[in-house]
Design a protein around this ligand. Structure first.
Ligand code: 4AD
Ligand code: MG
Length: 429
């Protein structure tokens, strides 16, 4: 019976064949332990000299790391194995005997591993992180589909910017200038006026000159946008969404979290509601803690970490000064120096994972913002139309996938949370 490592539990005490790679190997005169992986998981194959044909045992001892194989053996339940099963090998067929594999079980530096990202992805830890990433994506679709959202795909090549012009990725679009999308938001607003509740999931690009553990040049964002929803209602949706995703990972990625030695006690506490503090309160808190920061300044990573450390759950910082936020944010009804927005700060120092706001729905005010921000009325005419033809209160947000994966999986740097990271100094592999 041909099967995969993730399915072996269905074949206890039966003989199965698995297409696999040799991740690692240990052997003595009488027994060889093959660490096998097939993409769905890892399992140990045990080759006992006395129980197999002579040439099979000899072959098992000669196998090189990452050789590709068909392994046939009997599935055994084994409490000591992380997956709960072991394979008593009966025969091995080599597809290819691999050349000297560059990533050996010894320690390697990050730059070396990044240069070999196409191979590094095979390792147990990287595999676990990508599986958690996949579960977050799966749970995202489940959550928004359940809540009656329609998935809409905004364009990647755009003629205008959503989040300011400082980190735009410029390209030529035949004879015109174009930019890679920084955010699908403006298009999602148009979609919300057509479909009510929508979400997108796609790559976004920022030519950030920052080299930090939280910044990628190309990252993936989930951007929901909701017609007839105010900012407070949006915050409730956000905390329910994030809690749902964390619980899904806890439930469906137990093995991966164990592989990564993630402390799950902190994740188990993540349930709605999340605390909310205003920007004003955050500034007072930071000043009391001895940070030199004035009202009107944006938070840096150390500020966000200090605020996060005062809470067990993710925390919303609401109502930032208008001058440090995007042009489209709706002013606070009682104060025109702050806007109806919130950033969600993850626990344990992983930083801002969501940026969201209620959007300006008044055409006149939007036009005024175009002028203040030097936005061309031509390029943003279609966006103004949304305020002219049946405008409604609406809100939305963007969740950065890689930062969320980093937090939930307990991975220090976002470069390990995307299959092929695009960084300031890295376009390969
Ligand atoms: O706060 P940002 O810039 O918000 C927007 O783009 C809004 N238009 C979203 C919306 O309302 N539809 O980005 C949203 C999130 C951040 O909170 C962060 O998690 C992530 O995107 N992010 C990055 N992740 C990795 N590398 C970068 N360079 C990132 N920049 C933002
Ligand atoms: Mg932001």
């Amino acid at each position: 019976m041909k099967t995969t490592i993730s399915e072996v539990g269905k074949y206890v005490d039966q003989s199965v064949t698995i297409g696999a790679w040799l991740a690692n190997k240990r052997s003595s005169g009488k027994i060889a332990f093959l660490q096998l992986r097939d993409g769905t998981g890892f399992i140990q194959g045990v080759v006992v000299k006395a129980e197999v044909e002579e040439d099979i045992f000899k072959l098992a001892k000669e196998l090189t790391q990452e050789s590709s194989l068909y392994v046939t053996g009997k599935v055994r339940e084994d409490d000591r194995a992380p997956s709960g099963y072991e394979l008593t090998v009966e025969s091995v067929e080599v597809i290819q005997m691999a050349e000297d594999y560059p990533i050996t079980p010894k320690e390697h530096g990050t730059e070396f591993l990044m240069d070999h990202r196409h191979l590094w992805l095979r390792s147990r830890k990287q595999h676990a992180i990508m599986k958690i990433r996949n579960e977050i994506i799966r749970a995202t679709y489940e959550f928004f589909n359940e809540q009656g959202f329609t998935k809409i795909d905004p364009p990647i090549l755009t003629g205008s910017s959503a989040e300011g012009t400082t980190n735009l990725f410029h390209t030529k679009y035949f004879d015109e200038d174009a930019y890679l999308s920084q955010s699908g938001q403006l298009y999602m607003e148009a979609a919300a006026m057509a479909f009510g509740k929508v979400f997108s999931f796609g790559p976004t690009f920022r030519a950030e000159k920052s080299k930090t553990r939280r910044h990628l040049i190309e990252f993936w964002m989930i951007e929901p946008e909701m017609a007839f929803m105010d900012h407070d209602e949006s915050l409730v949706l956000q905390e329910n969404y994030v809690s749902f995703v964390v619980q899904a990972v806890l439930q469906n990625c137990k093995l991966e979290l164990k592989t990564l030695e993630r402390d799950t006690a902190t994740l188990e506490k993540i349930s709605a509601p999340f605390p909310r503090i205003s920007y004003d309160e955050a500034i007072s808190f930071l000043q009391k803690e001895g940070y030199e920061i004035e009202w009107g300044e944006d938070f840096g990573a150390p500020h966000e970490t200090a605020i996060a450390e005062a809470h067990e759950k993710p925390v919303f910082i609401t109502n930032y000064p208008k001058d440090i936020k995007a042009f489209y944010m709706k002013p606070h009804p009682e104060r025109d120096d702050v806007v109806l927005c919130a950033d969600l700060i993850a626990p344990e120092g992983y930083g801002e994972i969501i940026g969201g706001s209620q959007r300006i729905d008044d055409a006149e005010l939007m036009k005024q913002r175009y002028a203040e921000h030097n936005l061309s009325e031509d390029a943003y005419k279609w966006y103004l139309d949304l305020r002219k033809y049946g405008t409604v209160p609406h809100s939305g947000f963007g969740l950065g996938l890689e930062r969320t994966v980093a937090w939930i999986s307990g991975t220090e740097h976002v470069r390990e949370t995307i299959p092929f990271p695009r960084l300031l100094n890295r376009l390969y592999p």
